[in-house]
Design a protein around this ligand. Structure first.
Ligand code: ATR
Length: 285
């Protein structure tokens, strides 16, 4: 594309941010749809966040993604926050609408879309979610509105129970339990979908999985939100057991697709976005 005086800017803000795939994904999408937008990355430390957000507003930056460690604290500097992001307590996407900064959280919607777009129906299903950290919380909020039963398993059991408690008003039956092999054995026997939102298996922890391989069966659909490595041990074990699998790149793409649609009101070219992300990941190895 040709950058002109009319080109608008979107950006990701985080620390560190230089390895983010979002610039590659969104620039590919902007090009594909023919939008006069560019996407860049800004490394912003904790003490600089307020100035960065106010600066973005002044400069008329059109859209922002927010990543670690700012997803919670950025909420202090926004004009409006949508209900989902407020409930989750984290913002990963900001729209600058005529000088009003509006915060959203697209992580949970992205995760559930990744399942659905891979042909995995979530209605009337039992989903076992591993983890109760930031990413797990966003997924749990969305899942509790879609599935019949949501079981949250976490190493620190209090966090799983606390998360289950705040989701009591949604349709799903939600419980929080300790992440242990015994509990996994019991819960996975009747589960349809398993989602890993812990960091177990993430580079450089490639040889570990949060689930013993003999507990995985072909009846399960397994999604890992980790995309480095692309094929985690959990996903490899699940494939070997005959389970349907969804990689972390899909969640990354679909959370990005939801953000793209908030900024542009255009349908996101998800295949182009995915191809750009996979190319970038392969070239990095
Ligand atoms: P994120 O924002 O990516 O979700 P996070 O909020 O730090 O990151 O959450 C990390 C999750 O991985 C937590 O659920 C954490 O469990 P604890 O709450 O008990 O810390 C989980 N996790 C990290 N290392 C783990 C391990 N070795 N075994 C089991 N769970 C682990």
């Amino acid at each position: 594309m040709t950058i002109s005086g009319k080109t608008r800017v979107c950006a990701i803000i985080g620390d560190p941010v230089q390895h983010s795939l979002s610039p590659v994904i969104h620039n590919a999408a902007f090009n594909e749809v023919g939008l006069n937008l560019v996407y860049v990355a800004f490394n912003v430390g904790v003490t600089e966040l307020k100035d960065a957000i106010l600066g973005a507003k002044t400069l008329g930056i059109h859209g922002l993604n927010i990543t670690m460690p700012h997803k919670h604290s950025v909420m202090n500097y926004l004009d409006k926050i949508n209900m989902t992001a407020k409930n989750i307590g984290a913002v990963n996407t900001i729209l600058n609408k005529n000088g009003i900064l509006i915060g959203y959280n697209t992580d949970g919607a992205g995760a559930m879309l990744a399942l659905k777009e891979n042909g995995i129906c979530t209605e009337e299903k039992k989903l076992v979610l591993l983890g109760a950290g930031g990413a797990a919380k966003a997924i749990a909020y969305q899942a509790a509105q879609e599935v019949e039963e949501l079981v949250i398993l976490n190493r620190t059991v209090e966090k799983a129970k606390q998360l289950a408690k705040i989701l009591h008003s949604f349709n799903a039956k939600v419980i929080g339990k300790m992440l242990s092999n015994n509990v996994l054995y019991k819960e996975l026997t009747t589960a349809n979908i398993l989602v890993n939102a812990t960091s177990v298996g993430m580079y450089p922890d490639n040889n570990n999985s949060p689930v013993p391989s003999d507990l995985l069966t072909s009846d399960l659909c397994v999604m890992d939100i980790i995309y480095n490595p692309l094929n985690t041990k959990l996903l490899n074990d699940a494939k070997y057991a005959g389970a349907k699998t969804v990689s972390g790149v899909d969640m990354l793409i679909y959370q990005g697709a939801v953000a793209f649609e908030i900024w542009t009101k255009c349908t996101a070219p998800v295949e182009v976005m995915k191809k750009a992300a996979l190319n970038e990941l392969i070239n990095r190895v």
